[in-house]
Design a protein around this ligand. Sequence first.
Ligand SMILES: Nc1nc2c(ncn2[C@@H]2O[C@H](COP(=O)(O)OP(=O)(O)OP(=O)(O)O)[C@@H](O)[C@H]2O)c(=O)[nH]1
Ligand SMILES: [Mg+2]
Length: 313
Amino acid sequence: MPLGAVIIENTMSEEFNIKSEIRSSYPKTFKISRGLVHKITQFFMQSGGRVDEVLELNYGDKLVLILSKKIDSDQSNEIIALILSPQEVLNKNKFIDLIKNDIDNFYKKDKQDRFSNFETFARLFFSESETKKLLFIGFPSSGKTSIKKSIFDKEDPQSLLGNASPEPTRGLVHFIYSWFNATVGIVDSSGQEFDSYVSDGSDEQIRAFEGSDIIIYVFDVINWKQESEKVIDNLKKIISTKNAISPPNSKIYAFCHKIDLLTDPDKDSILKVKQILEKDLNVKATFSSIQPELIHTLFRSMELILRDTRKRR
Ligand SMILES: Nc1nc2c(ncn2[C@@H]2O[C@H](COP(=O)(O)OP(=O)(O)OP(=O)(O)O)[C@@H](O)[C@H]2O)c(=O)[nH]1
Ligand SMILES: [Mg+2]
């Protein structure tokens, strides 16, 4: 994945000084230094202000792809810059093709639209990657870390239920795994800090949801039994956060976990959860457990997500 993309507007003052301003950048957390903005502008000017052509600027071990389109203005120009990490430099041709293919469409918009819709354009360079980001989010102690460890670290579920039971997670914890032929970046989040991930405009919210293709909402059967309204309310908050921040084709799945703890009288009520989440909120819901006799339920849920994700590619 590239490190980031920016659109820079350069305006010429009456004294012939150039003022460079960043009009938009993606991802939101991407910070570009003033030094690099200056270098990009200088490089473009030194190239003779070549437009409609992807220029390549080496910056340390990174590579910056630069493109400027001719616009009807004598006082200003715009530069789009895509900053590639050292690992992505090898794939530069893929990114150059993507820029060339999509730039004309982007420049059909007027200037204000370009600046406000830059994010949609820039996402193209990020969604092409095979890397998926998966976020585990939900109630404290509902089993997020245990699920992650059983599936991705292949830890023995019996010990996760016993003496190797995980400590409560603090903050957002990141991991990278190979999952079949995809690379998956996993974010395991703290149930205690759930509210901060769905509170509007917080940095935590952006860190958790930005770029998340797969969002797994975990609650357990006891949560449903004791506080079903909160289970639904939390999911609504996740849906609106996802809609505001995550990629357009991202998807939420709900895991009603620890079904080994179900007692007979609870069974009817628990079956309703699936109906409510799927019919009313349009979120796929599955039942799971890491208890050895029931762990196939968890494997099935994860398989379903994998199949779905492949289809969406
Ligand atoms: N009975 C039962 N217990 C489980 C299951 N999965 C996990 N647990 C237990 O639930 C407890 C909490 O598990 P965690 O995986 O730490 O939960 P978490 O959601 O990561 O919690 P936070 O990090 O605090 O948000 C642990 O004691 C686990 O052993 C399950 O399928 N059934
Ligand atoms: Mg945890």
